[in-house]
Design a protein around this ligand. Sequence first.
Ligand SMILES: [Zn+2]
Length: 421
Amino acid sequence: MSLAVVLALLLLSLIAGALVILAALRLRGPGPCAAGASEAACATCAACADDLDLLAGADEDEPVAKLALRTIEDAYARGAASVHVAPHEQATDGGPPGRVTRITYRVDGRLEGRMSLPAEALRVLVARLRAMAGLQGRPRALQRGRIDLRAHHPEAIDLVLDLATWRGHDGDHAVLHLLARGTLALGLDALDLHEDALARVRAAATAPRGGVLLLAGEVESGRTTTLHALAHEVERDRRVAFVAPDPYVPWVEGVDPASVQSLDADVLVVGELRDAAAARLAFAAAQEGRLVLATIFARDVGTAIARLVDDLQVSRHVLPACLRAVVAQRLCRRVCRCRADGAPPTACERCEGAGYKGRLGLHEVATVEGPLLAALRAGETAPAALQAAALAGGMTPLERDGARKAERGVTDLEAVRVALA
Ligand SMILES: [Zn+2]
């Protein structure tokens, strides 16, 4: 069976599942929230309370359980990185806009509307996802959880999903990030790092005196994938501890620094440095000689280092001794095999005529030595000056890394231009 047929069948079964569950809900009589009338009243209405109880205990044969599972399997089969379930106002023919439940996938960095379900589907689908992640009740506040499951379409695979849900003024929202276990176990060799970048990262990761190895990027830059690949790589000969309670969820607040200091580990994976407390913990561990792997929201090496001091209150005096290397990265669309074969993409089932399939990382890697070390010792904190010092030390910038990957044919200059815009 071809992939296109599998996907078409999946979509059909998805829609059929959605209709069955909605019919069941209508029979039971909708709560006031079902018409979108009053979200505030909804959490307490009897019909909703019944639904939530039902969903929390739903077994795998319940229509809503099937709908949730098929959505995840369908998203995985389409190569989606995330699934967004949200209320949406949709224009109808001639009439006023109507409320629907919109399911959107992020595929290769772009949002792709997958389907619209009736408004009533929103609350039950989000409640089912929450139940799968073991989350209780229906609070307004953002909550996160993790779902582990084995998906079966098109082939059996163990998936780990990071679920975030919240209740806005317009209703429930859910975002699922899909992580296949197989891709988490990749080492650095699978990351498209150019040879010289790879050598720099390996040198920093194996330096005997430890230090912070920082992975910088913006949303959907692939920095978390790089973090896990690095952790997997160093795990071969050292004891690694994931400080965040869950390695698949980035930095989680409320970790006791004392408990971290007593951890029997050579390497700490602390996830994202979102606040001063996380940064303080990371640099304290580095001062003890441990290797610390962390991510930071920043678009290039210079900005990442400047953010440590300006936003995260790391003392500039500890940087020369404790910061080992900074990797900044982006994801860029990958050229589909059909173009390398010289076949016209229009006939290509793999990329559906787009000419691109999947993404690859663009990286710049600065190790703290030479001009960059001198700049840090001099107390430099301006992003542009730090970036210039990294370049003076031989760092290949993102633009050049993109150009050399385009020369190899794995991407093209247009895709690089879009990725760096
Ligand atoms: Zn193709």
